[in-house]
Write a protein of this length. Sequence first.
Length: 173
Amino acid sequence: MNDCAADLTHLQALVFEIEQLLYLEASLLDGGKYEEWLELLTHDISYVARQTEFTDHADHSLDAIGAHHFDEDMISLKNRIGWLLSGLNGSERPPSVRRRLISNVRVLSRHDDGTISAESNFLVWQSRWDDHSVFYVGRREDLLRRQGAQLRIAGRKIYLANPVLPRSLTTFL
């Protein structure tokens, strides 16, 4: 096998591994298995959804001033999960039904420190007991890092295509 074919085989194996991680993540989140989901993240996770202003085109300049739907780390993610599971959150009582689709997974780059930048598209459908359904659509950029033999999510930037959120954000993207 020549070097080019070997590189392609390695890249295909890496994309498959990333897809499996993201599909497992989707399954855990759809099933409300939040503690298990946290195990897919590194302790120093950065989990951010910046706001985008839509005029004639998407303007990402709000990134520079820190406007965001959320900007979380492991502590705030654990706190949000505690709140969601506490029964004190009226907007998730009873819990929503969610299904998510993940697509267009690709490796953007491999870094000298061993981390991997990847991107994917998502569609999350959320339905409430009152038959009110919403869709969240967007793109994610993930920073992945190996912990032992397993890939873990060390960073996520979420770019929502929704110019206005259709309801309070009680789901993870």
